[in-house]
Design a protein around this ligand. Structure first.
Ligand code: ADP
Ligand code: MG
Length: 237
């Protein structure tokens, strides 16, 4: 479509890849197109969000279609909900069968902030959203704590998996948030070990970043195979 192309242009959304789903024209389309549960729409309304931001318009349908996503959009443009929203929709409900989504952030502060955002969107639904704190990493029965969505720096996840305290073999979604910083800060090896620990062959991986330098794109290509690239604005702005 012509219609999609015009709409993307209007919102400065640049895409590449095969079979790209249509962008969202409104949050209501989450219900009409994807049967989004009411609690999410209610939470979005309560937060005062009227329209999806450009990255949300395109990245949400990409992840809901089960496609890998390599996304770049400026700081402050709503990238967090662009991955939290489809993850909550896909996981449907809480479970005690182990970790199903992992979100990696470059710093503990960003991880804590992402966990807070996630809880805002999950409000009213009993999801287990866990921030991997120092305390939790140390706890002997980490593996017995129910967790649907795990949010952490790569270091703590790597540590916990090495100590056999965390089984990530059932993870369905892996998000590398602020991936430019993840790679810049020399965390490549830690990220890599988490990628390997998330061994489910049908995992959907995604990268979100403010900028997409060639180095990040090259590393992304080593872990993603059929990603849809979504860029808002200019590539390295
Ligand atoms: P980024 O990760 O791209 O830097 P964030 O996800 O932290 O940006 O979002 C920045 C701010 O925008 C947050 O305060 C968030 O609550 C808000 N926000 C997210 N989505 C929307 C939306 N659709 N409408 C209005 N505000 C939004
Ligand atoms: Mg962010």
């Amino acid at each position: 479509l012509e219609r999609d192309a015009i709409f993307r242009k209007k919102h400065n959304i640049h895409v590449s890849g095969g079979n790209i789903p249509s962008p969202l024209h409104s949050f209501m389309e989450l219900r009409s197109r994807y049967k989004c549960r009411s609690y999410i729409l209610r939470n979005l309304a309560e937060l005062g969000f009227e329209e999806p931001t450009p990255i949300q318009r395109q990245a949400i349908p990409v992840l809901l279609s089960g496609r890998e996503c390599l996304a770049s959009a400026p700081t402050g443009s709503g990238k967090t909900f662009a991955f939290i929203c489809p993850i909550l929709m896909k996981l449907k409900r809480a479970s005690k069968d182990g970790v199903r989504a992992v979100i990696l952030c470059p710093t503990r502060e960003l991880a804590a902030q992402t966990a807070r955002e996630c809880k805002k969107l999950a409000k009213g639904k009993k999801f287990y959203v866990k921030l991997l704190t120092k305390q939790l990493v140390k706890s002997a029965d980490l593996s017995k704590i129910p967790c649907d969505i795990l949010i952490s720096t790569p270091f703590r996840v790597q540590f916990a998996t090495r100590k056999k305290k965390l089984d990530l073999s059932k993870v369905e979604f892996l998000v590398l948030d602020e991936s430019d910083k993840l790679f810049e800060l020399g965390l490549v090896k830690q990220v890599d070990s988490v990628v390997k620990a998330c061994s489910n062959p049908s995992i959907v991986r995604s990268l979100f970043s403010a900028t997409l330098p060639d180095t990040v794109e090259e590393l992304a290509r080593t872990i993603m195979h059929d990603a849809i690239r979504v860029i808002i604005g200019r590539k390295n702005s």
